[in-house]
Design a protein around this ligand. Structure first.
Ligand SMILES: Nc1nc2c(ncn2[C@@H]2O[C@H](COP(=O)(O)OP(=O)(O)OP(=O)(O)O)[C@@H](O)[C@H]2O)c(=O)[nH]1
Length: 299
């Protein structure tokens, strides 16, 4: 069967539930990427691969910031940035909060005017609708403001109809090979970055005292909304090197950890809980290596 893969923008004014929807959609399947740009055109918020379909959810710069008092030139610039970003996506999910339509929703809708990609309207927080009867006339009303590819009432918080929304989105993803490996390339590249940062700090602190054979392995890389938990293992050749690296009262390793953590926080845009361990390397037999690659802890 052929594969499909495409970019999906999630737009909506602040507080309508974009992050909640993202978390719900991605669930355990992937880790949400950091907020730094992953590709030149988009900030990838997360990737989800289900069988032959790969959804790449992106953030659109300029969409959330809409201040009336902001300088006109800046507003124009933000408008352009948002329009540009939306030009390249395959599908847009426009989220609103029940029947509460504000000027900000109107402004988002306006930015969608020239978007050629299909726009799906997700009416969120329906679990909080007092009177479900209000919904139908409202949907007719909002449906008259622009043509939507689909209108799906959802509750991002409780997961209601989120699968229906995803099915609608999937219809608009073009036939294409997958851009990312199924197993979360974003997470892997971030792991790599974390290992490099630790390595760099060790080299900076110890310089020639350590041989090049020193390696850093990331044992844990777990992202939650605000905190990234990272455990890194520094492997050295000899016991003497381990002692130097740890330093008196653990001072040296603490300072390495502090510097690496600060850099990681800057790069990831989250708080980081960093655990560093130093171990003396020992040779692994082929069998042991195979077991280790399967996730067995041989220590
Ligand atoms: N009852 C209910 N609350 C929801 C639902 N979806 C989101 N919320 C709540 O709405 C609030 C805002 O949700 P967010 O996901 O942070 O909204 P956002 O659009 O990402 O907000 P910004 O980051 O400011 O743009 C949070 O308190 C959520 O728990 C829903 O389906 N039902």
């Amino acid at each position: 069967m052929s594969q499909s893969c495409g970019f999906v923008a999630i737009v909506g004014r602040p507080n309508v539930g974009k992050s909640t929807l993202m978390n719900r959609i991605l669930g355990q399947k992937i880790s949400i990427t950091s907020r730094r740009p992953q590709t030149t055109r988009h900030q990838v918020m997360g990737i989800k691969t289900v069988d032959d379909t790969q959804f790449i959810y992106v953030d659109t710069p300029g969409m959330h910031i809409m201040s009336k008092d902001r300088n006109k030139a800046i507003n124009r610039f933000m408008n352009q940035a948002a329009t540009q970003a939306l030009r390249d996506v395959d599908c847009v999910v426009f989220i609103i909060d029940r029947t509460r339509w504000t000027d900000e929703d109107q402004a988002v809708l306006k930015r969608l005017e020239h978007v050629k990609a299909p726009v799906i309207l997700a009416v969120n927080k329906v679990d909080r609708l007092q009177d479900k009867g209000d919904l139908l006339p409202w949907l007719a009303d909002v449906g008259a403001r622009r043509e939507f590819a689909a209108v799906v009432p959802i509750s991002a918080k409780h997961g209601t109809q989120v699968d229906t929304l995803e099915e609608e989105v999937a219809k608009y993803l073009p036939e294409s090979v997958h851009f990312f490996p199924e197993d979360q390339i974003t997470d892997k590249s971030l792991r790599f970055m974390a290992a490099e940062l630790v390595r760099e700090k060790v080299m900076r602190q110890l310089g020639d005292e350590l041989p090049y054979q020193m390696t850093v392995e990331i044992e844990e890389f777990r992202e939650t909304e605000r905190v990234t938990h990272i455990s890194a293992l520094i492997l050295v050749e000899r016991q003497g090197q381990k002692v130097i690296l740890i330093g008196e009262n653990g001072d040296r390793i603490k300072s390495i950890g502090r510097e690496a953590r600060l850099d990681m926080e800057r790069a990831l845009g989250t708080k980081v809980m960093l655990n560093l361990w130093v171990k003396v390397k020992r040779g692994w037999s082929d069998d042991e290596r195979a077991l280790k690659s399967l996730g067995y802890d041989l220590d």
